[in-house]
Ligand binder design. Structure first.
Ligand code: AMP
Ligand code: MG
Length: 345
């Protein structure tokens, strides 16, 4: 079923006026998949055709939701089960390019974006709902995981076959699947003749073309309160992805445990509240936002350079906003933000 809700809280800001019943030729549709609200916006597309293409996108999201799910049984969980046998096998063919791209980006990030840490994510209770309350993992369990910590270098893909050398390796594509999906769907839109659009998965999005005479105007959520931290002016083809410690978290004795894990320590990454990355390609932006979040205070600039990312906004855990010059050039902070801003090369 296609849900058409007029949710005013949903990013990007460009969508806020999509429900205002003006004569603007903006088509807007929403559905639930990947554990989040997915929104598509088309500009200047005839309504019936827009509905047809939007339904194609919805069906594709539903298929991928099933195929790539990290813990509900399907092709990815089946692949993880077979990888744990350490024997070569042929997975569902459509998974191979997805895994190969995840592996490539993981290497580029010095393994800070590490899609093979599914078992660690499960240990923390982030694979499943609801999240754990009042407890976090036994440190000994994390030590055991660290002693055999997997990376994508433990996997070989040859032709249609894949094999792992590490029994602890399990793919979880939560940090990258939305970006990869959005890239495929933007390609699909172009094939269907739609060149002015946004595909948005819970605030992470790729925008192509324009909104008529205007650029798409993208809002970035404030990591510590309701409302907008900044607006980004897009031009041409732009992906905007944010990794934040506010998205999935639980508290024990007043301490926050969030869902972005540092594969070097086995614990939630420290030093950062949110990282926003802007890049042409959504898969790269998604993996990079997670990697830079993990990289933290000391390493984020080096990892951004390695990954070919020049537009980054990072809010550290003290609330200081760090921006690269290229990000500053396209960012307008909300007028009520009076945080310290540092521009860093
Ligand atoms: P994102 O919001 O894109 O940063 O993705 C966060 C999700 O990715 C988490 O909910 C986990 O499922 C998974 N994840 C957590 N830490 C990492 C990491 N260091 N590398 C790859 N995936 C991760
Ligand atoms: Mg990500």
């Amino acid at each position: 079923m296609i849900h058409r809700l007029c949710l005013l809280l949903v990013l990007p800001l460009a969508l806020l006026s999509a429900c205002d019943n003006t004569a603007e030729p903006v088509f807007h549709d929403q559905y639930l998949a990947f554990g989040t609200l997915i929104e598509v916006t088309f500009y200047g597309v005839e309504h019936a055709y827009a509905e047809t293409v939007s339904t194609e996108i919805e069906l594709q999201f539903m298929t991928w939701h099933h195929d790539w799910h990290p813990w509900e049984p399907g092709p990815l969980t089946e692949t993880n089960t077979r990888l744990a046998t350490l024997q070569p096998f042929t997975p569902e063919p459509a998974l191979l390019p997805l895994l190969a791209e995840a592996n490539r980006l993981s290497r580029l990030s010095n393994h800070l974006f590490n899609p093979t840490i599914g078992k660690l994510i499960a240990v923390w209770g982030f694979q499943g709902n609801p999240l754990p309350e009042g407890a976090y993992p036994d440190p000994a369990t994390i030590e055991q995981w660290l002693a055999q910590a997997p990376t994508v270098d433990d996997v070989s893909i040859q032709g249609t076959q894949i094999v792992s050398r590490n029994p602890q390796l399990a793919y979880d594509l939560g940090a990258f699947a939305k970006g990869y999906a959005i890239d495929q769907l933007i390609d699909h839109l172009r094939k269907r003749g739609i060149h002015n659009a946004i595909v948005n998965t819970g605030g992470d999005l790729r925008a192509i073309g324009t909104r008529g005479e205007r650029a798409w105007n993208i809002g970035i959520r404030h990591p510590r309160r309701e409302g907008i931290l900044a607006r980004i002016k897009t031009s041409g083809d732009t992906s905007v992805f944010t990794s934040g410690d506010y998205e999935r978290l639980f508290e024990v004795d007043g301490k926050r445990f969030h869902h972005i894990l540092d594969p070097r320590t086995g614990y939630p990454a420290t030093g950062t509240s949110a990282v926003t990355v802007v890049h042409e390609n959504a898969a790269t932006a998604d993996a990079a936002a997670t990697a830079l979040f993990v990289a933290g205070t000391d390493d984020w600039q080096a990892i951004a350079r390695r990954m070919g990312i020049d537009r980054v906004m990072r809010v550290d855990s003290a609330g200081v906003i760090h921006m690269t010059p290229a990000m500053q050039a396209i960012t307008e902070l909300n007028e009520d933000i009076n945080a310290e801003v540092r521009i860093t090369h």
